[in-house]
Ligand binder design. Structure first.
Ligand code: S3P
Length: 744
């Protein structure tokens, strides 16, 4: 070690590590090399290990006994096999200072608590069980690695009585070694580890033993392929350690093992009965879960929101907008294609599916309800429909991420099922109003519980008989309309919905495409329950809501000339085109056609000076998702733009009126916010620091703003762009925007 120790970073004066194995040695080495402790004493019951640790510079001092090691220590780490814990604690009990923090590194936590209680008669506030989830098949002091914990998780299991100062210092020690510290109760830790670590080790040991037992010469391994090697790597782990872990975590392991054995028996039966459908269902659900897990591990997705990574967009002012592109598939249609495909008879094929987090949440929820879905692979899916009554109860709550559409449509669809369900989502979704669907569904006979204020989670009771109602929508909402039409499939008699203004009608169109009769007269749509959906082929066009960012980008950038291909032009979605044209934008449509019941076109956009307008009230529901970027167009236009009748914007993924006004202000643009809209005068755009509040469309709108900004713009909290527009940054760069992303 070189340089002077920095005393302020030293969390403990004297750390005693009992047990000089891989974990104990690595922790001692990491704590020393990061100067987190002033002095490290090591002890191992085999003197040669202690000596080696000293010789390798892993510890400052070797002790001759556990008791000597802990004398005067203010941190004691027990790093012995879990079954040896109690006897080691007895050896050192007399010398342990009452002020010392006592922790361990064992893979089971109740066993540590039990040992401490047995020796000391209780758990003092300075005992904090711990478990670094970082091991390797290697063991012993010679394998010590100070980087072993870097970017690995460490679980601490404090309780209500734990001394906060001791906890803070122990957390800092682990994070100083590069680990990410998590906290949870002891029982939860043991359950989770039984399922995710102990059970896989048991299976690996057992499988290798089964194969080896059949063949004394181990000849069979010569033919084993990579799958065997990958799958059984952990069977080379330390047998003593694992014996101890299974005995120490008996109850949780048995519960996990019983669960797994039941599932394995079901697969056995499926093979015996040549039941390929069950195999497909289990394998495709497992594949999806594994793919999801890989993405989690590599830090891409879904979980971008769950792992709390702050994704930042950095934008240089200026840039150009030129080229020929296709934006990803329509989000509304992607959700509906899965929903109706799952409930249909037969196999539905989908092309152009949006592989964004929102529609993937819907897809996962159907997998959780027993539907086999192949893909997505570059937007292609095969959904093995289970029929309108074929869904199965999910094992737990359905997690719908950021997606209001998924939650509202699911509430209707699930109100008529035979089983109970619970719908949950992320922090933004948890704030959004659900009474607008729960109230009319209750009128239909559904039993739905919401959290306070009509917010998620939603608990939907199964087995209720629904009956059709007529409902006049109090707000123009396609989600509420669609929710009721989907519930109507399960209701006795007719369900009809009248909307105060036209909203997107993908549900009605797609139901018809699946052969389900939907009557539409003026503002009213009706369905009768008890029908059948027949599998269909669906071509999802590019999402006009995603195209909107580029429509505005090109419209405000001198010299721009951009073509957007295969854009959905459903008349209930083209508000953004009508509004931009009224502002003077130069848009040229070509190749107009109808595909699978939905109009589609290519759109060429060239720069044209824009002027402010009063946005016609009837265009508001038709452009409801496009206002964030239309506000940017308004800032770049000459004159005043006035929006009214848009109070719905306040309950989207964020309060889009206020959040946009705040972001614009941060870029030197003043606006006037009203209860149901905003007034924006055309004016120069500066640069600044914008908080998107995790709202994908706010983040992308400010990316577009940079094209006319006079200084750099930095947008915070952009991970949710992946909900609707995966690949946005790459596409924006491709057309000439000066955007980069950064994780912080
Ligand atoms: C959607 C309807 C709209 C829209 C949302 C998608 C749909 O919501 O904002 O992004 O797919 O039905 P509301 O129904 O709340 O207006």
């Amino acid at each position: 070690m070189t340089g002077q120790p920095n005393p302020s970073s030293q969390l403990f004066e004297r750390m005693a590590v009992i047990g000089m194995g891989l974990i104990g040695g690595s922790l001692a080495q990491a704590a020393r090399s990061h100067r987190l402790v002033r002095h490290v004493v090591g002890y191992d019951r085999r003197p040669s290990e202690t000596e080696q640790a000293l010789a390798l510079g892993i510890i400052d001092e070797g002790a001759a006994s556990a008791a000597d090691a802990v004398a005067n220590a203010d941190l004691v780490v027990i790093a012995v096999p879990v079954r040896a814990t109690e006897s080691v604690l007895r050896e050192l009990a007399n010398k342990l200072s009452p002020q010392a923090v006592l922790t361990d590194v064992g893979s089971t936590k109740q066993s540590f608590v039990t040992a401490v209680e047995a020796v000391f008669g209780g758990l003092s506030s300075r005992v904090i069980p711990g478990h670094p989830i970082a091991g390797s098949e290697k063991s012993g002091i010679a394998a010590s690695d100070p980087a072993l914990f870097s970017r690995h998780k460490v679980i601490l299991t404090p309780d209500d009585n734990t001394d906060p100062d001791a906890l803070t210092r122990l957390c800092s020690l682990w994070s100083g070694c590069g680990a990410k510290v998590l906290q949870m109760p002891v029982a939860r830790h043991d359950e989770i580890l039984a399922a995710t670590s102990h059970l896989p080790h048991l299976i690996a040991f057992s499988l290798v033993d089964t194969l080896a037992g059949e063949d004394d010469n181990k000849e069979i391994f010569r033919y084993a392929a990579g799958g065997f090697r990958d799958f059984t790597r952990i069977a080379a782990s330390d047998p003593v350690m694992w014996r101890d872990i299974f005995l120490a975590n008996r109850d949780s392991v048995l519960a996990a093992l019983d669960h797994f054995s039941g599932d394995l028996q079901r697969l056995r039966l499926a093979i015996e009965q040549s039941d390929g459908d069950t195999l497909m269902r289990v394998f495709s659900r497992a594949k999806a879960a594994r793919d999801h897990f890989s993405k989690m591990l590599s830090g891409q997705a879904y979980v971008t929101t769950m792992t709390q990574k702050n994704l930042i967009f950095r934008l240089q002012p200026g840039g150009q907008v030129r080229g020929d592109i296709r934006v990803p598939g329509d989000k509304s249609m992607s959700h509906r294609s899965i929903m109706l495909g799952a409930l249909a008879e037969g196999i539905t094929e989908v092309e152009g599916f949006l592989e964004g987090e929102d529609s993937l949440a819907t897809l996962q929820a159907f997998r959780d309800m027993g539907v086999t879905i192949e893909g997505p692979e570059r937007g292609y899916l095969r959904i093995h429909g289970v029929g309108i009554h074929g869904l199965q109860a999910p094992r737990g709550p359905l997690y719908l991420g950021n997606s209001g559409t998924a939650m509202r449509l699911f509430s209707g669809l699930l109100a008529g099922q035979a089983f109970d369900t619970e719908l949950t989502g992320d922090a933004s979704l948890t704030k959004r109003p659900m009474a607008r669907v729960a109230d009319p569904l209750r009128q239909m006979g559904a039993e739905i519980e919401t959290a306070e204020g009509g917010r998620p989670p939603l608990k939907i009771r199964g087995g209720r008989k629904l009956h059709g109602i007529h409902y006049n929508l109090p707000v123009a909402s396609a989600q509420v309309k669609s929710c009721l039409l989907l519930a109507g499939l399960y209701a006795e008699g007719e369900t009809s919905v009248t909307e105060p203004a036209p909203t997107r009608d993908h549900t009605e169109r797609m139901l018809s495409g699946f052969g389900y009769r939907v009557q539409r007269e003026g503002a009213t749509a009706r369905v009768r329950g008890g029908g059948v959906l027949t599998a269909a082929k669906i071509d999802v066009p590019a999402d006009i809501s995603s195209a909107a960012f580029f429509l505005v980008a090109a419209s405000i950038t001198p010299g721009a000339d951009l073509t957007l291909r295969h854009v959905g032009m459903n008349p209930t979605r083209v508000g953004v085109i009508n509004i931009l044209q009224a502002m003077g934008a130069k848009l040229t449509l070509s190749n107009e056609r109808v595909i699978g019941g939905e109009p589609v076109a290519d759109i060429r956009v060239q720069y044209a000076p824009l002027k402010g307008i009063t946005i016609p009230a009837d265009q508001v529901p038709l452009a409801i998702d496009e206002f964030p970027v239309l506000f940017i167009a308004a800032v770049c236009a000459e004159g005043q733009t006035v929006l009214t009748g848009a109070e719905e914007l306040r309950v989207k993924e964020s309060d889009r009126i206020q959040v946009m006004a705040d972001g614009l202000e941060a870029c030197g643009v003043s606006t006037r916010v009203t209860a149901d809209g905003i007034i924006i005068d055309g004016q120069p755009l500066g640069g600044g620091l914008v908080d998107s509040h995790g709202d994908h469309r706010i983040a992308m709108a400010f990316a577009v703003a940079s094209l006319r900004a006079s200084a750099p713009i930095e947008v915070q909290d952009c991970a949710n762009v992946a909900t609707s527009f995966p690949g946005f940054v790459a596409l924006a760069r491709k057309v000439g925007m000066q955007i980069s992303e950064e994780h912080s």
